[in-house]
Design a protein around this ligand. Structure first.
Ligand SMILES: *[C@@H]1O[C@H](CO)[C@@H](O)[C@H](O)[C@H]1NC(C)=O
Ligand SMILES: *[C@@H]1O[C@H](CO)[C@@H](O)[C@H](O)[C@H]1NC(C)=O
Ligand SMILES: [Zn+2]
Length: 426
């Protein structure tokens, strides 16, 4: 999610003896803003570091979720009541849910493979398992799959990109570029990226039309340090892991890109979860993604960054409420994805520009892709929460990943059709 201005819990609440940040007694509240007055009240509340707003959409009536520590709950509830904002408590003890999830997820430490060279979606896979899967694919399908490292994370994990082709050897085809996991805690995003990889590689026969004139380049885990940390130390960790000050680590990768960097809905405080970095592209992970984008200049037609949560298909701009010149094209393409999902599963996605439907935010990879890397159709997809914020139950992973794939496939088909027409006109 985009908006979390709260100071990271490591500062206030980590028990030095336990390795896991405890969210014991934290509650998750849900409510909606029904008019401008209420929206203003909530935007003001979001400035308070004590409240972790998981979502704060700009469209009235869409659900808003906030995590609040025990000591702040009374005052928070009173503020809502004063503003006549009706709320429900959707999680009475977030800490307990985190514990249950962690235990379940770790019950399958060795169950990555349903069969060698495949991957299962009954668990949130860790970095090592994801890496092993990619490497196995590159061996098993060596004519169609290549895995490269586009750089190292701060903690020296390789950042893997998988290039998927149809194996015909034609160079310089158009490219569909995807990444996931720039926000560490959004676990469903890398899972969905793996599902896309599986479909394009292992289920090639059914999807070969998507690879006829396009290569797909996918970075399923662009922030592995943060991702691992969210598994082992703090479930709500969002940023990278490079230290900033002696007290605070990490930069919000999706505020670290050099386009209107540091302007809006981003923080210059190292401890904040939306910290934009000590400078633009201060992080090795964002540098690697930047370089990948530029290396595909002219070839990449579509860039998709997977996030969660909230069922949004977003396009530029984040830094301003104005729209890019080609917004009608992007909107049309995004709606093809939303419609396909609606038809298949009934799930609703909201389509629009980041700043208009969600919240303004600058320094994101989405804006950078369009403005600087000149990728004509960039999008962010905020995947569903299954009612559980960043923690869709393990039993829902595959279902959500499949649904996401339906949307991505429809979008890709639309892109392919669109650029075929453009090429024929030229
Ligand atoms: C915390 O983690 C460290 C290193 O990862 C480990 O050595 C230590 O035993 C852990 N402590 C607890 C209480 O789990
Ligand atoms: C906004 O909605 C609340 C709750 O329904 C209501 O009490 C309040 O008067 C509304 N304010 C405006 C300006 O419409
Ligand atoms: Zn995100």
């Amino acid at each position: 999610m985009f908006l979390k201005l709260a100071v990271i819990a490591t500062l206030c609440c980590t028990n030095a003896l336990a390795n896991f940040t405890s969210y014991e007694g934290y509650k998750v509240y849900e409510f909606t803003a029904e008019n401008t007055t209420q929206q203003k009240t909530l935007e003001n509340l979001a400035q308070n570091n004590a409240y972790d707003f998981f979502t704060l959409p700009r469209i009235f009536g869409l659900p808003i979720r906030v995590l609040v520590a025990p000591a702040d709950q009374l005052q928070f509830q009173q503020t809502l009541e004063t503003s006549q904002i009706a709320y429900t408590t959707v999680n009475e003890n977030f800490g307990q849910s985190v514990e249950v999830e962690r235990k379940l997820n770790s019950m399958y430490p060795k169950q990555r493979n349903s069969a060698p060279g495949s991957i299962s979606f009954n668990v949130y896979q860790r970095y090592d398992a994801i890496t092993a899967y990619l490497e196995e694919l590159s061996k098993t399908y060596s004519s169609r799959v290549k895995v490269t490292s586009i750089g190292d994370s701060y903690e020296k994990r390789q950042l893997h990109a998988i290039t998927i082709t149809n194996g015909d050897g034609v160079a310089n085809k158009n490219v569909i570029l995807m990444d996931a996991g720039i926000h560490a805690r959004e676990w469903i995003a890398p899972a969905a990226a793996l599902y896309v990889i599986q479909q394009l590689v292992e289920n090639y026969e059914q999807n070969s039309h998507l690879l006829a004139n396009y290569d797909w380049i996918i970075v399923p885990l662009i922030n592995p340090d943060g991702y691992e940390y969210s598994h082992t130390r703090d479930r709500l960790w969002r940023k990278t892991r490079k230290p900033v000050t002696i007290f605070c680590d990490g930069t919000d990768g999706n505020r670290n890109f050099d386009f209107h960097w540091g302007e809006i809905a981003t923080s210059s405080h190292a401890c904040a979860s939306t910290f934009s970095g000590s400078s633009a592209f201060s992080e090795p992970e964002t540098q690697a993604l930047r370089d990948l984008m530029h290396s595909l200049s002219g070839r990449a037609k579509f860039y998709l960054s997977l996030h969660s949560f909230g069922n949004y298909l977003l396009y530029p701009w984040g830094y301003t409420s104005e729209l890019p010149e080609n917004w009608r094209d992007i909107d049309d393409i995004a709606r093809a994805g939303a419609t396909a999902i609606k038809t298949a599963t009934g799930t609703d996605y909201t389509v629009g520009s980041t700043s208009n439907v969600l919240y303004p935010a600058s320094g994101g990879s989405l804006d950078y892709a369009l403005a600087k890397a000149k990728i004509p159709v960039p999008m962010v997809m905020e995947l569903p929460s299954a009612g559980q914020q960043f923690d869709p139950p393990l039993s829902k992973i595959e279902e959500l990943a499949f649904e996401t794939w339906i949307g991505i496939k429809a979008i890709a088909e639309k892109i392919i059709e669109k650029y075929k027409l453009v090429d024929e006109e030229n």
